[in-house]
Ligand binder design. Structure first.
Ligand SMILES: *[C@@H]1O[C@H](CO)[C@@H](O)[C@H](O)[C@H]1NC(C)=O
Ligand SMILES: *[C@@H]1O[C@H](CO)[C@@H](O)[C@H](O)[C@H]1NC(C)=O
Ligand SMILES: *[C@@H]1O[C@H](CO)[C@@H](O)[C@H](O)[C@H]1NC(C)=O
Ligand SMILES: *[C@@H]1O[C@H](CO)[C@@H](O)[C@H](O)[C@H]1NC(C)=O
Ligand SMILES: *[C@@H]1O[C@H](CO)[C@@H](O)[C@H](O)[C@H]1NC(C)=O
Ligand SMILES: *[C@@H]1O[C@H](CO)[C@@H](O)[C@H](O)[C@H]1NC(C)=O
Length: 277
């Protein structure tokens, strides 16, 4: 009988100890789950981006896509996403060089959908987005973070947030590389439905036009795409600015081409290149 009280106290103590243990284990499980969850989520962001990168890259034969991916990452990983200058992508351009292209280079500004529909249907002209690096990164967003080896695809600064932005520096660098390999007669598809078809601050105006090398490029032909309601034509003042920006020695031409005509040309595979305007 006199043993009853201590035994009950002993039981209560044991129950309390068990309860404490259960709480501690639960807490531990929660902490591990949270840490694991965060790490896994970040890994997934990197992995998802990497798998898009590699699968797009593999559609071009004869490249070491794994090496191109690693060189690409080195440009921005573990860096402030607003402190990635154009030059950071120099090793990437060396790892996946642009091949010299004569008479087929097509630049564009404010005509993204129409120009790509056209270059896809015909096999005549090549835009930056039809080349390996342009194709792989087209439409994607990416950036790094200081102190992290991951690639992020959300919360990255946008073009207007900072000058040396991870994504805009990439497009500036590859656009310069693409202009540099252009040769012969090059073309540029501009938008005739907007008030100012040529903008000196666009990538086309600030990088590609200035990056043409007159020893290789014979002429630049503007293809001004018009719609029912023509807003501009080849006499537009902004196109005079373009002519002035063009390096000396490169001839200039301009063609007004209705959008419907582009579509007809694009759907006729027999039609020779350039005969659309
Ligand atoms: C961006 O990078 C360039 C080098 O490419 C540098 O000259 C310039 O000062 C940088 N701009 C800013 C705002 O950091
Ligand atoms: C020209 O720009 C307008 C307005 O952004 C757009 O709706 C139209 O599709 C563009 N035209 C071409 C040929 O891309
Ligand atoms: C570029 O066009 C001009 C005139 O249309 C032509 O004489 C010349 O041969 C072309 N250049 C090349 C490299 O095809
Ligand atoms: C054009 O290319 C030639 C030969 O590659 C080179 O020597 C020259 O410096 C280039 N010119 C410009 C303005 O980049
Ligand atoms: C081009 O546009 C200007 C201004 O809208 C107009 O005065 C001119 O007649 C047009 N030229 C042609 C050839 O359509
Ligand atoms: C628009 O421009 C095209 C090509 O120059 C021309 O054929 C068409 O008549 C023009 N339309 C109008 C409404 O000015």
């Amino acid at each position: 009988m006199d043993h009853g009280e201590p035994r009950r106290a002993e039981k209560r103590r044991r129950r309390r100890r068990v309860a404490l243990c259960v709480v501690a284990v639960l807490l531990l499980v929660i902490i591990v789950a949270v840490v694991l969850g965060v790490t896994l989520r970040k890994e997934t962001e990197t992995n998802q981006f990497q798998s898009v990168f590699l699968s797009r890259c593999e559609t071009f034969k004869g490249n070491n896509c794994q090496k191109i991916w690693e060189t690409f990452q080195q440009a921005y990983v573990n860096r402030d996403p607003c402190k990635v200058p154009m030059e950071a992508y120099d090793p990437l351009v060396t790892a996946a060089p642009f091949k010299p292209t004569c008479n087929r280079v097509m630049f564009w500004s404010k005509t993204k959908v129409v120009v790509h529909e056209f270059t896809e249907k015909t096999d005549c002209f090549v835009t930056l987005e039809d080349t390996l690096l342009g194709y792989v990164l087209d439409g994607l967003t990416w950036c790094g973070k200081e102190g992290s080896s991951e690639t992020f695809t959300t919360d990255c600064p946008v073009w207007t947030d900072c000058e040396n932005n991870t994504v805009s520096s990439f497009w500036k660098r590859v656009s310069a590389a693409y202009a540099d390999i252009a040769c012969g007669n090059v073309s540029a598809m501009l938008n005739g439905s907007i008030a100012v078809p040529f903008s000196p601050t666009s990538i086309f105006g600030s990088i590609e036009v200035k990056g043409l090398n007159a020893t290789r490029v014979n002429s630049l032909t503007v293809v001004l795409v018009t719609e029912e309601e023509n807003v501009t034509n080849c006499t537009d003042a902004s196109l005079k600015v373009l002519q002035k920006e063009l390096p000396a020695g490169i001839n200039y031409g301009c063609e007004e081409v209705p959008e419907s005509q582009l579509q007809e040309c694009g759907s006729d595979p027999q039609r020779p290149c350039g005969s659309c305007w």
